[in-house]
Design a protein around this ligand. Structure first.
Ligand SMILES: Nc1ncnc2c1ncn2[C@@H]1O[C@H](COP(=O)(O)OP(=O)(O)OP(=O)(O)O)[C@@H](O)[C@H]1O
Length: 580
């Protein structure tokens, strides 16, 4: 029979004990831990004669938990000692379970922040194994383990739940749609998803439908035409190009206004730029370079969605929705011309920057803009302090045994335990079929512009810079790519387009200094601002009108668009993205 735990409102205060149990350390029978679950997290409390030591594993660091049971030994040799990392726990009805062990095992997966002097450095994976064996029957022990599992899952979701069922089937959640570009960056999209993301989705018991993209614009068409309400969110594995496709596919749907509210976008970096993935980790204060996919993986399992600004971009022939940048000149030249070095991944940008610096070009045109009024002072989120506690990669605890087992238990918690397939209803869409589909009457919906259209004259209230430019680059999030920190203080939804204008009279030395500063955000400093040649203007809208007697490149989110007039208009917080 299903029982329910009633959590009253006052029981939801952060420090209130929700569940508590005494466990023994597996290897030291006399070592006793009290394990306590509160909204703050999981407390491991060790009481000795004269002192109490407590370690808290924060709810924020716990991503999931699973109930498993002991695996039948397959070895025929009774004297063989299996290595510690061997998988020893299985799903309860797998057919491989050891029926003589009535214990239920709760595996709790946490990624704990390691800090150095308050600065978050990296997250370490830790598994806490709780073995429930107080009862004579597996069913009773399992019921107890499931009770813990359900409460932990509710805490992770962060819902203000006051009614937590202890039912065993808690998988009514919708699946994620995963769109993976096997050709992005150095072509590792599929491997990144399978090796780095799937294990974490399994630990969090999140099911997904995986679709490999088959050609350029596949993701855009897929998102535009699919029955999107069946998924809880869209996860894109690849570079900024495939994110651009997914976002624009959303805006090409007649139901776009509902979809952007209800379907958050997750981003797994697999491309050569990965500007948005880095920007999301940056605002969340998550270390990135030590493990570029972990912040994204955590964002998929944490149920934390934040609004993100979108810029509606109009060119002579199309309207698109941009999340990263609009560029003309130097950086766009690098983006497009370095395509031939795609196999080098992110390094292609550095190599081509040097080439372009030697053969420096400039372009004639006009730049119009509406300044952002009352520009708020934005600060990137303070780096969140990690708990900075020494916790081993495995913690194995068990309740008092109802009867003493004769055989000894060796740990089932191991790095490899992350690779069981528990999300049995996850699916995989084969790539081996049809080619590109016909564009079937696609039209752009999305919010209407409040500005004069591109063919109309610019109102006299707009400001104008007329001249020759090395580049004009409008950017909204913090990072243009993994290693270009373009606007250090930008938030995802601060309502500002940062318009960087580099005039033709900028010297090579100034430009080199600017380029070198891009990696750590020091490219704009009082010196560059005073020179008047390099500007960083906060704006709400802009129009670029290149002189059409010359040719060059214009990019939107790193994608090549036609050379000619282009106009951008900011829509604050229009879409929602998954944030760790
Ligand atoms: N199966 C495929 N074969 C060829 N091209 C594809 C396929 N799937 C998607 N594409 C195209 O590949 C382009 C580039 O992909 P993506 O943005 O993922 O990687 P990237 O260009 O290496 O990274 P970044 O945009 O961050 O520089 C996308 O614009 C998309 O249209």
């Amino acid at each position: 029979m299903m029982t329910e735990i009633q959590l009253k409102k006052d029981e939801l205060s952060p420090g209130r004990i929700l569940l508590e149990e005494t466990f023994h350390v597996l290897t030291k029978k006399n070592s006793v831990f009290r394990v306590r679950l509160t909204r703050n997290g999981l407390s491991l409390i060790k009481e000795t004669d004269n002192q109490i030591k407590e370690t808290l594993i924060s709810t924020r660091d716990i991503i999931g938990c699973r109930c498993l049971r002991s695996k039948k030994e397959t070895s025929t040799c009774s004297c063989q000692s299996l290595p510690r990392a061997t998988m020893n726990a299985v799903e309860e009805n797998s057919g491989e379970q050891d029926d003589s062990d009535v214990s239920a095992y709760l595996y709790i997966y946490a990624y704990i922040m390691q800090s150095n002097k308050g600065v978050p450095m990296k997250r370490e994976r830790t598994i806490i194994t709780l073995r429930f064996r107080s009862f004579d029957k597996y069913e009773d022990n399992n019921k107890e383990a499931q009770r813990w599992r359900m409460v932990i899952k509710e805490l992770i979701k962060g819902d203000q739940v006051d009614n937590i069922p202890s039912g065993l089937n808690h998988n009514e959640q919708k699946k994620l749609l995963v769109l993976c570009n096997p050709k992005s960056g150095p072509g590792r999209g599929r491997a990144i998803f399978q090796q780095k993301i799937v294990p974490i989705l399994q630990e969090a018991e999140i099911a997904y439908d995986l679709h490999m993209t088959k050609y350029a614009n596949y993701a855009r068409e897929f998102v535009r035409t699919c029955n999107i309400s069946q998924w809880s969110g869209i996860v894109v594995v690849g570079g900024d190009g495939i994110i651009f496709e997914a976002i624009n596919g959303m805006f090409e749907r007649p139901d776009w206004s509902e979809v952007i509210k209800n379907v958050p976008i997750g981003v797994i970096p697999g491309g050569s730029g990965n500007g948005l993935a880095r920007s999301i980790a940056h605002v969340a204060g998550e270390p990135y370079l030590c493990n570029t996919t972990l912040p994204s993986a955590l964002s998929l399992v944490r149920n934390n969605f934040e609004p993100m600004d979108i810029v509606r971009v109009e060119t002579k022939s199309q309207i698109v929705f941009s999340f990263l940048s609009v560029g003309w000149g130097f950086l766009s030249d690098i983006d497009i011309e370095s395509e031939r070095l795609r196999m080098l991944g992110g390094q292609r940008f550095t190599i081509w920057s040097l080439a372009r610096l030697i053969g420096l070009r400039n372009y004639r045109g006009k730049v119009w803009y509406i300044p952002a009024n009352d520009t708020p002072v934005h600060k990137a989120k303070e780096n969140k302090k990690g708990d900075n506690i020494e916790i081993p990669a495995e913690i194995n605890l068990e309740t008092q045994s109802a009867r003493q087992r004769l055989d000894s238990w060796y740990s089932a918690a191991s790095k490899r335990s992350a690779y069981y397939s528990i999300t049995a209803n996850s699916s995989y869409q084969s790539t081996a079929d049809s080619g590109p589909q016909e564009e079937s009457g696609s039209r752009m919906y999305g919010p209407a512009s409040k500005l004069p259209c591109l063919t109309a004259e610019v109102p006299s209230t707009w400001k104008c810079i007329d001249g020759r430019f090395i580049m004009v680059h409008a950017s909204y999030p913090s990072h243009l790519s993994e290693d270009v920190l373009f606007v250090p203080n930008a938030k995802l939804d601060d309502g500002i387009i940062w318009l960087n204008v580099i005039k033709a009279d900028t010297s090579r030395a100034q430009l080199l200094q600017f380029l070198l500063g891009l990696s750590n955000g020091t490219h704009i400093n009082p010196e560059t601002q005073d020179s008047g040649s390099i500007l960083m203007l906060p704006v709400r809208a802009f129009r670029i009108e290149p002189d059409m007697s010359e040719s060059g490149y214009i990019t939107v989110d790193g994608e090549h668009v036609e050379y000619g007039p282009i106009q951008g208009e900011l829509f604050p917080g229009l879409v929602r993205v998954m944030v760790p």
